[in-house]
Write a protein that binds this ligand. Structure first.
Ligand SMILES: Cc1cc2nc3c(=O)[nH]c(=O)nc-3n(C[C@H](O)[C@H](O)[C@H](O)COP(=O)(O)OP(=O)(O)OC[C@H]3O[C@@H](n4cnc5c(N)ncnc54)[C@H](O)[C@@H]3O)c2cc1C
Length: 714
């Protein structure tokens, strides 16, 4: 059986080596267009976990690689003139050139033919049984069959350039330096005793401000050497055809082509996928792809030349590896977006900044860091507590989740919020049945704050007939009886707008009532899913609804609520006004963002005037729908709310219309929350499936939110 590998990078070489070693009868040839030793780049980083899989795959190359390693166990972060070291982070570095040399030698030793200075296209390889296309990010194989592989490339928003330096570092080092042009960051790591990789990155704007878009290689070096003179300590930056580029993240729909009439082909490494360099994993991914491909070969006995076995092996390879790589790409995306917006975090204190940086991709959390470097986490705890009024030099400080929070002048004992979900078992708007039990259970659970589910401000503002309300005395007294013995409770006041008059949630979301429906109102006559088409809100009803919110806020105060949150998201009436998808008005309440905010802000002001305690708002920070409101709209809204005395913003997303496309990654709210919190200076609350206090500590410690809704098992 003949196998041709296009590309003599780490992925192609390792796959060829492992295949030949596993099945010596295979005829394996690597074609590399460049001469031997002509490689770009400097060093490659591996984590200790990656090395375990290399040891199992081929012990000889593992020994050769690890013998050449530079190993370190710390990450240094230089920020605002301070150096913070995070210990317990074991990584190893090796020169890319050295790694390739080891793999080439090993390929030759096991009998792989390696042909340098031989550029091939897959069409030249018709006499082979399998083509492994390991021809890198610019893969000609992939592009020539783009209709099969369906690649998608997304260019990053930042610019970076890859240098080497003779500065011998002893840790993975991040450096952040600002000048008049903007903020620059460096990702630097050692890879032999005398040289380190030194990647400089900045935003597109900073790059242009500095004139680097017009600079030659020499001018770029001179600029960076001057900017980082203190860090480089007299060492020069070295170039290797270095250019400023944007990082291309590549995803491909399929990695294999087994169609009739072509030689079966598998993409591998950078030709199939890329992941931002800040999690240092491109080479690791390529080599792990190689391991998976060879394992699939062995499992299916594909080396015997049976075409069906080969097809099955390729399918296994893709099924095994693709989901793993996609998870990696998700983490890399978080890391990349962090580095694309670091200027947002410039106001953070050094320890907060460092904690945020280390937990950016979600692969490490508070608990992991505590294990790796307890001293660092104690420092994080102490400074977090001190910022909230604790002593600066406390011997012992609580973790962030247990640090009190001042919601206006209401002190919460801890940062956990419980928000029981109501099923719609109230009677005539009076809390009753399982909904009452759910609230009672939350009240007894020692959370910092209990935030109710939606409480209707009028009978016509209910979502379902079983919704609780605060529009009459009986409802108010029912709450009062409960809250007399409770600690900290906030009422979420809502008018359902176009999502009203539906059946109980247990029968499914947004299913219109068969009978007894009440008339619906909205910004514009746009139906929510299968609901009836609402009437466009007129001036009289608008005044009535504002009055309903005022009355409900007064009732909330009489009932003993400590705070009120005005619902402005989830597709309900106020959120419906804010989105361009649902507000199509051409009067003073529609049109550009500021006009769309007018009515929701009027309501907010009315509630503020009626309620003596702190008032917050729940907002939709991203409609997740083409043409909908985006995070920048949310920032503008929260800026307005801030000037009106808003004390807390609950950040949600989606549901403005039922046609939104949910983001399923675990960070979806975190990213929005930290943008709002750090740009607008208003404390934020997030939920979205947070089930552990470890996760809450990670979010709070990294200044991503101030309060978190903990989801408890029912
Ligand atoms: C700034 C930066 C920093 C990085 N840092 C790290 C890091 O710290 N750690 C890490 O693991 N990874 C890192 N990477 C990623 C790493 O460089 C790649 O992900 C890795 O080399 C992928 O290996 P590969 O074998 O798939 O592709 P490549 O290494 O790109 O190899 C592809 C090979 O195919 C050859 N080729 C292409 N077309 C043909 C053809 N038609 N015929 C013959 N030969 C052909 C090319 O010459 C090349 O040698 C970094 C990348 C960047 C940009």
């Amino acid at each position: 059986m003949r196998i041709a590998t296009i590309g003599g990078g780490p992925g192609g070489l390792y796959a060829s080596l492992l295949l030949k070693r596993s099945s010596p009868e295979l005829d394996v040839t690597v074609f590399e267009k460049n001469p031997r030793g002509a490689t770009y780049g400097w060093g490659v980083v591996f984590s200790d976990r990656t090395l375990t899989s290399f040891r199992e795959a081929d012990y000889r190359s593992y020994v050769d690689i690890t013998e050449d390693f530079v190993i370190w166990d710390a990450i240094d972060i230089r920020y605002k003139g301070e150096l913070v070291r995070a210990g317990g982070q074991v990584f190893s570095g090796i020169a890319r050139r050295k790694l390739l040399d080891i793999l080439i030698e090993r390929c030759i030793a096991v009998g792989v033919t390696v042909r340098f200075e031989t550029e091939v296209v897959s069409a030249d390889l018709g006499d082979c049984d399998l083509v492994i296309a390991a021809d890198g990010i610019h893969s000609g194989t992939r592009e020539s069959r783009a209709t099969v592989f369906k690649p998608r490339i997304r260019e990053g928003r930042a610019r970076y350039i890859w240098f080497g330096t003779t500065l011998a570092l002893d840790s993975f080092t991040f450096i952040f330096r600002a000048n008049d042009h903007g903020l620059f960051q460096v990702h630097a790591y050692p890879f032999d005793g005398t040289t380190s990789t030194f990647i400089v990155e900045c935003s597109e704007q900073t790059w242009r401000n500095a004139g680097l878009h017009e600079a030659s290689e020499t001018e770029s070096i001179a600029y960076c050497e001057k900017l980082f003179a203190e860090d480089l300590r007299g060492n020069p930056l070295m170039s290797n055809q270095s250019k400023w580029i944007s990082f291309p993240t590549l995803r491909t729909k399929t990695w294999i082509d087994s169609s009739a009439g072509v030689v079966p082909t598998a993409l591998l490494g950078d030709s199939a996928h890329t992941a931002h360099f800040s999690i240092g994993s491109g080479t690791k991914l390529a080599m792990e792809d190689a391991i998976a491909l060879v394992n699939a070969f062995e499992d299916r006995d594909a080396a015997q030349g049976d075409p069906a076995a080969l097809r099955a092996a390729l399918a296994d390879y893709q099924m095994e590896r693709k989901p793993i790589v996609e998870r990696f790409q998700e983490a890399a995306k978080q890391s990349q977006s962090y580095f694309e917006s670091t200027s947002r975090y410039q106001d953070l204190e050094p320890e907060q900044f460092v904690f945020h940086l280390l937990t950016r991709s979600g692969r490490m959390d508070y608990g992991d860091l505590r294990q790796r470097d307890p001293y660092l986490i104690e420092h994080v705890d102490r400074t977090f507590a001190a910022r909230s009024g604790g002593p600066e030099d406390a011997v012992v400080a609580p973790p962030p989740v247990l640090v009190p929070f001042d919601l206006g002048d209401v002190r919460l004992d801890n940062r956990v919020v419980l928000s029981p979900v109501f099923a719609g078992t109230s009677v005539d708007g009076v809390l009753a049945g399982p909904d009452r039990e759910a609230l009672v259970s939350a009240l007894g659970a020692a959370a910092g704050l209990v935030l109710t589910d939606e409480i209707a401000v009028s009978a016509h503002g209910r979502v379902t007939p079983g919704d609780v309300g605060l529009y009459d005395d009986v409802q108010t007294q029912a709450f009062r009886g409960l809250l007399q013995r409770a600690d900290r409770v906030a009422a979420r006041l809502n008018h359902a707008g176009p999502r009203g008059a539906t059946k109980p949630r247990a029968t499914g979301l947004d299913r219109p009532l068969d009978s007894g429906a009440w008339p619906l109102v909205a910004a514009s006559p746009v139906a929510y899913g299968h609901n009836a088409t609402p009437a466009e809100l007129d001036a009289r009803t608008r005044a009535e609804i504002r009055e309903d919110f005022t009355t409900a806020a007064r009732n909330a105060e009489r009932a003993g609520f400590d705070a009120v949150v005005v619902e402005m998201g989830r597709g309900y009436l106020l959120g419906n006004f804010l989105s361009p998808l649902t507000n199509l008005r051409d009067d003073e309440l529609g049109g550009e963002a500021r006009a769309r905010m007018r009515f929701p802000l009027e309501v907010f002001d009315a509630v503020r005037a009626a309620f003596g305690g702190p008032v917050g708002a729940s907002i939709c920070a991203d409609d997740w729908q083409r043409g909908g409101a985006r995070p920048d709209d949310a920032v503008a809204l929260v800026d307005e709310l801030h000037t009106r005395g808003c004390r807390l913003v609950e950040v949600t997303a989606g549901y403005t219309t039922p046609r939104f496309r949910p983001h399923l990654d675990p960070f979806y709210l975190t990213v929005l929350s930290e943008q709002i919190r750090n740009e607008c200076g208003v404390p934020t609350l997030i939920g979205g499936g947070i089930t552990t206090t470890d996760r809450i500590n990670t979010l709070l410690g990294g200044a991503r939110a101030d309060l978190c809704i903990l989801r408890r098992d029912p």
